[in-house]
Every structure is written in C-alpha cells, then in structure tokens.
Design a protein around this ligand. Structure first.
Ligand SMILES: [Zn+2]
Length: 153
C-alpha cells in the first residue's frame, strides 16, 4: 500500500520529545503510514530503545496530531523486527542533533566522542546514563561542558 503524502507531511511535525530538532521520520522511528479502512490511519513505529519513555509521548503526539487534522481513528502499531539501529538516523538529522548539543551515535565510539561545543575529542564518560537511559553523560576536558551522547545500538 502506498503512503498518502499528506499524512507523511502531517507527521513530519512530530519530533522526538528529547531531541525536538529532528522528526521521528528522520530518526527512523516512523516506518509506515497506511489507511487500511475508511477513516482509519495506521502508523507503524519502531522504538529506538525498548522501554524508552519517549515512545509513549511520541505515540500520543501522533494521535493528537492526526485527530486535530480530521483523523480520529488512529492505530499505533509497534514494529520490533527488524530492530531499530542508530545507523537509521539520517545525516541531516545527525548534524542538527549535534548543533542541539546531543552527540549522535557513532559506530566506533571508543575513541571519537567529540564535544558538541568545541569539537575537542578530549572527553570523558561521566555516567552510562545521561538525561535518559538512551544517552550517556560525557564531560569535555577542554571546555568543561557536560553533554549527552546518544548511545549507538
Ligand atoms: Zn568542549
């Protein structure tokens, strides 16, 4: 079933509540939108991290956004296979995350977590858990600023 462009445009307004500069489509969370029956909109989502509380907020935002646009019957389907990967995040979204102060996941994270403020790679892991379980807290040794690192999976 082919997606309906206007629905995709509507849901482009739904952002990750923790990273309000990127849409759920850019993050790879929004997988598909279809209309299986007259008046029904089914939205397929792949959660980034299982148990991440942001997913509930995102699902509520989707329902509210569609309701306000005349689609009162919304079904949220969670797709767990294939599992979400941080490599699904689009390049533009990665750049905006970084400008927002959250370091996007990098594949080889052992030695190259660069500070989003000053680009120094002299950074230290402070805690495996940052503002949320999805992120780790780092501190830059050059400028002293703490920052969140979105952990890769
Ligand atoms: Zn720095």
């Amino acid at each position: 079933m082919s997606p309906v462009p206007s629905l995709w445009t509507l849901l482009d307004a739904v952002k990750d509540p923790e990273i309000p500069v990127v849409s759920i489509w850019e993050l790879g969370i929004l997988q598909d939108i279809c209309q299986p029956d007259e008046g029904v909109v089914r939205v397929k989502l792949t959660p980034t991290y299982s148990g991440c509380p942001a997913m509930d907020v995102i699902a509520e935002d989707i329902v509210r956004t569609l309701e306000c646009s005349g689609y009162p019957q919304v079904e949220i389907e969670r797709s767990l296979s294939p599992a979400w990967s941080s490599t699904w995040i689009l390049p533009n979204a990665r750049r905006r995350m970084r400008n927002f102060g959250i370091v996007p996941p990098v594949a080889d994270s052992a030695n190259s977590i660069a500070c989003p403020q000053c680009d120094s790679t002299e950074t230290l892991l402070v805690s495996e858990f940052g503002s949320t379980a999805c992120k780790a807290l780092y501190r830059c040794s050059s400028c002293g600023e703490p920052f969140d690192y979105f952990k890769p999976i």
